[in-house]
Write a protein of this length. Sequence first.
Length: 146
Amino acid sequence: MNKEQMKEQIIAAKKAKGLTWEAIANKVGKGTTWVTSACFGMNSTTEEVAKSICSVLDLGDDVCTCLQEYPYKSWDKAIPTDPVVYRFHEIVGVYGETIKEIIGEKFGDGIMSAIDFSMDIDKEENPKGDRVVITLNGKFLKYTDW
């Protein structure tokens, strides 16, 4: 089984059970965004977490094993067409250099880790229209010289 096949089985089981990603994550005891990403094949889990996900979704050992395998993180290099994904592409295109500049000014020469990292997605009710609140929290990694 590959990660794409695993993802398809997980999504089918999630739909069949009528569960949300948040409900699955709560039952597993991990963050919603991270569990969803692991189920989409972009992160690996421990055996314990994989067994828990498979127990919640009534999935077999093949899915459990695949959840634990290290992913090859690759994505299409073309401009995305899905409106939500495209907007993130647009955000980085418009604000990427600004983000880099402000990180440099506040921290020095380095990057934000995507490994020592968390992300939360929340809903903020607003009379002018509900807001999507996304918090990216990554460790600062300083470039070193030698």
